[in-house]
Design a protein around this ligand. Structure first.
Ligand code: ADP
Ligand code: MG
Ligand code: MG
Length: 916
């Protein structure tokens, strides 16, 4: 072990690279971000004060050995220090010309919670005298010395800040000083002594005078801080591995507080809020590093530095440009100017807002700094998401929080900002929104399927129960309604029509503001900013590039006849307006149109009910004939909106009872009428009740629905297919290119398809003949029952396309009823790690995913050009999207609002899995 190299000079980057086998990521792993970048800047010829790095391996060895330096490490540190002494022309601990150093922590990932930096190491009673003589500036020296005692005391020895701050304040009061700048050399000298006394009193030993002891203790403190509570908590929250360790950088001190030709500052090479290409940051004349960040003195904008320090400023601008070019990303830098000489002390990729992330990425492609692929990998799907939802004005929000208007916090279920008056049930919410044009926030303990009309009418949704996958959350995301769920501090009183949290009562009709991006709920109205995709030119550009990359032939390795381009993005859209939005967001088809939504509309529902309750096939056909023109109209609008693109229309899927009044409600009404002796209408009600009772199923999810319903009552789907093809024919005659695809839901056995599909195709052909037009069409099925996935070879002999309905497929594969699971145990399962994630949010690759892969492989055995997609909610989830890419699907289909996110995710999947 003694032979092992634990220490690298800033000038030894080649050796590091050799040792880790190349790769910047590995270098970062060994040297930490700060150290690696200091070494890299040194190699580039950027002025960095001489120094060296103690590796993360040394840290790990130290911690593993029970807090003992590994053999050889300290000797190597002393040798490295010698090298630094030569470069700096000073000697550590030398009474006449002493070297001072800083001891800085730096892990692979930038990480708050680690030990703070200690500056001015090497000062003691003797060296302080030496530098005073050398610099003829006693004030500066003793200011630096007392800072060392103070920082060393608090950071390394763990003494509370007040133990130093209090004597300083007292001293200033006694002498009548208002600010630190008024203190003179003698004042700092006295305070240095006082601070040393503080150390003695608190720790029972003297502040170490030996510079080597100072360096050793500081290094150990950095190592130990890796396992400090703050650091562990942060790593847990940010999913950073606990075994990386931190490195230590030892850096020659440079001083920005040596007069008015000196200074220090921090800057971003571009504006981290907007991404604009202008330098952004602050500096201070005659100050030491931490003063800028600490905010004790008023800083000057970096753009003005040229006035006070023209030479250094010019050099600084050049270095910023060089660094950007080198790292090909926006940099966040720290620097110090000592008597006109510029020193760079840190550089790293700067953190930025979503807006800036997109702008910087696109600008850098235009500037020739990065490739389109790199730009696409640099923006996250979540960032795209946040750019498309209305957002609160941050400043106002902060102000509101200060004023105590933050009402409660819950789960951020669906992003975006919503402001409205609260209403506690779906009917009222819908009425207020539709009739009175009010902005509405629907508030419920939790929501159910029959609340959907209220949720759709609302600007925002708030529930006190449920998690990220509760009904409210899922519906809200689907329709892009901002939503906070599980705000458990809120008590909703549906009788009194109020909600209460922490003693604060909000009554029905009063205003609240809901931030679905953060999960916060505010009382009153907070102004929002509403972004539009077509106004975000950089984002549009980026997404166009994403499409370009996804469409590259050969980007996916695939068996003969399978798609070799990346995935396409289609949308789930039920109405022409949704379809138009999807298209403007960049969808290349409709992957799912749910026809039954059309049945729920007010004028149609009575006809639908008549159709369901019909005693004979003839009676049913009469009702269906009435519905046909409505459906045809809807579909025509859809085909027009999607001119030239495929449109998948799913035949009726839910069990019929969903279109009828609930059994409980009917029973209640019948009993009330009987009790009150009302005769009028009673017989009809009783009749309806008995019919609804007769249709009752104990598990409707697994009952008469989907293709089974079509087989039992073929008239409904026959009408639907007629409506689809008449609409397509009408549109085609207007010159629109139509590509209808009819999707049969819930197939479990190929024979089901064999019964129904030919019957429907006959209608399709008949309509085309009647209307005398021809166009391409497909008949296919959803794969949402495990048996269908397992028998995909047989099914694909009949079906011309597959679409994974991953919600049902997940339910049936796990044997979970989704609503029950999420209400009763699923969240606990995820929390306790029994399941690695919620399978309704991200595809369970090992189970459900395996079935999907099998279905694609086997399906294409019968039909090599089988078109395969996904229309479940997972189609908008980036991780699930990547999985869909790897199993060879043709497209993913998601809600219109998620299309831009999916476009990015699809390209990222293609890039990540590119054939090399
Ligand atoms: P952080 O990780 O908190 O940014 P740093 O190690 O970067 O901590 O140091 C904190 C401050 O101290 C920075 O502003 C930096 O400029 C300053 N600093 C660190 N080392 C030196 C040095 N050798 N000379 C002058 N200033 C330094
Ligand atoms: Mg720090
Ligand atoms: Mg720093």
């Amino acid at each position: 072990m003694a032979d092992k190299k634990w220490i690298y000079l800033f000038t030894e980057l080649e050796e590091v690279e050799k040792y880790v086998g190349g790769g910047w990521d590995n270098v970062l792993g060994l040297l930490g971000g700060k150290g690696a970048n200091l070494a890299e800047m040194t190699r580039m010829g950027v002025p960095v004060p001489p120094g060296f790095i103690i590796t993360t391996e040394a840290c790990n060895a130290y911690l593993k050995a029970g807090e003992k330096f590994p053999a050889g490490m300290w000797d190597q540190a002393l040798i490295a220090l010698k090298d630094v002494e030569v470069k700096a022309g000073k000697k550590f601990g030398d009474p006449k010309n002493p070297l001072l150093i800083s001891c800085r922590s730096g892990a692979k990932f930038s990480m708050p919670g680690m030990m703070d930096t200690v500056l001015n190491i090497g000062l003691n009673d003797v060296t302080a005298k030496g530098i005073s003589e050398l610099t003829k500036d006693e004030r500066f020296v003793y200011d630096a010395y007392r800072r060392l005692v103070q920082m060393f005391g608090s950071v390394v020895l763990g003494i509370e800040d007040e133990a130093f701050e209090d004597p300083l304040d007292e001293y200033k009061k006694k002498r009548g000083y208002k600010s630190d700048t008024e203190l003179k050399a003698d004042d700092w000298k006295i305070l240095t002594k006082e601070f040393q006394a503080v150390v003695r009193k608190q720790k029972g030993f003297d502040f170490p005078q030996d510079p080597f002891e100072q360096m050793r203790l500081a290094t150990e403190a950095v190592f130990k801080s890796w396992n400090g509570k703050r650091a562990i908590d942060y790593r847990n929250a940010a999913s950073i591995a606990h075994d990386l360790g931190t490195a230590v950088s030892i850096v020659t001190m440079v001083f920005g507080n040596m007069g008015n030709d000196s200074g220090t500052g921090v800057a971003f090479t571009r504006d981290p809020a907007t991404g604009e290409k202008i330098l952004f940051g602050d500096y201070l004349l005659n100050a030491q590093g931490e003063d800028v960040v600490a905010g004790i003195r008023n800083t000057t904008p970096i753009l003005l530095m040229g006035k006070e320090l023209p030479e250094a400023n010019k050099q600084f601008l050049n270095i910023c440009a060089t660094l950007e070019k080198h790292y090909t990303d926006m940099q966040d830098v720290e620097f110090t100017i000592e008597r006109g000489k510029l020193w760079m002390l840190q550089t790293r990729n700067g953190k930025r807002t979503a807006q800036a992330a997109v702008k910087v990425a696109v600008d850098m492609v235009n500037e020739g700094l990065i490739t389109k692929e790199k730009a696409i990998m640099r923006v996250t799907p979540t960032q795209v998401d946040s750019l498309l939802h209305p957002q609160f004005d941050m400043a106002v929000k902060q102000q509101a929080t200060k004023e105590g208007k933050l009402y409660a916090k819950g789960v951020n279920a669906s992003p975006g900002a919503a402001v409205g008056r609260i209403y506690f049930d779906a009917d009222t919410a819908e009425k207020k929104a539709k009739d009175e044009k009010q902005a509405v926030i629907m508030v419920r303990p939790f929501t159910k399927p029959d609340d959907v009309h209220g949720m759709l009418a609302a600007k925002g949704i708030l529930t006190s129960e449920g998690g990220a996958t509760s009904h409210a959350a899922v519906v809200a995301r689907q329709f892009g309604v901002p939503c906070v769920v599980g705000a458990s501090d809120i008590h909703v009183d549906l009788d009194k029509r109020v909600m209460e949290a922490d003693g604060k009562v909000v009554t029905e009709g009063e205003w609240v503001s809901v931030d679905g991006t953060t999960g916060e709920v505010f009382m009153g109205q907070i102004p929002t900013i509403s972004p539009k995709l077509e106004e975000q030119l950089e984002l549009m550009r980026l997404l166009d590039w994403a499409d370009e990359i996804s469409a590259t032939p050969g980007i996916r390795k695939a068996p003969e006849g399978w798609p070799t381009r990346g995935l396409q993005v289609w949308a789930n859209a039920d109405y022409p307006a949704d379809a138009r939005r999807s298209r403007s967001y960049g969808a290349k088809g409709i992957g799912l149109c749910r026809t039954e939504h059309m049945f729920f509309e007010q004028i149609r529902l009575p006809i639908v009910q008549r159709m369901i309750l019909a005693e004979s096939s003839e009676e049913r056909t009469v009702a269906l004939d009435e519905l046909l023109p409505y459906q045809r109209n809807d579909f025509e609008g859809l085909f027009e909106a999607m001119d030239g693109l495929p449109v998948i229309i799913r035949l009726i899927d839910p069990p019929l009872h969903e279109f009828l009044p609930s059994q409980e409600k009917l029973l209640e009404e019948v009993i009330t009428m009987r009790v009150k002796g009302e005769k009028k209408g009673l017989a009809e009600k009783e009749d309806l009740l008995s019919k609804v009772e007769a249709m009752h199923e104990s598990n409707p999810m697994m009952g008469l629905r989907g293709v089974r319903l079509s087989i039992m009552m073929p008239e409904i789907v026959e009408m639907q297919v007629r409506a689809i093809f008449e609409a397509a024919a009408n549109a085609a005659k207007k010159g629109i290119i139509v590509k209808p695809e009819v999707m049969i839901p819930l197939t479990g056995h190929v024979n089901e398809l064999k019964v129904i599909q030919p019957r429907l195709e006959k209608i399709a052909k008949a309509v085309m003949a009647e209307k005398n037009v021809q166009f391409p069409y497909k008949f296919g099925t959803m794969i949402e029952i495990p048996r269908a996935a397992v028998t995909a070879t047989e099914i694909a002999e009949v079906a011309e396309f597959f679409s994974f309905g991953t919600n049902d497929l997940t339910q049936m594969t796990y044997g979970y009823s989704r609503d029950d699971a999420e209400r009763n145990f699923l969240l606990k399962y995820v929390e306790d790690g029994i399941l690695p994630m919620n399978p309704f949010q991200t595809i369970d690759r090992d189970g459900v995913g395996r079935l999907m892969r099998m279905a694609v492989d086997d399906g294409r055995k019968s039909r090599v050009d089988l078109e395969v997609g996904i229309c479940g909610e997972h189609g908008g989830d980036p991780e699930s999207i990547e999985f869909c890419h790897t199993i060879g699907q043709n497209y993913v289909s998601c809600s219109p609002f998620r299309v831009p996110i999916a476009r990015l995710a699809v390209a990222q999947a293609a890039i990540k899995n590119k054939v090399k």
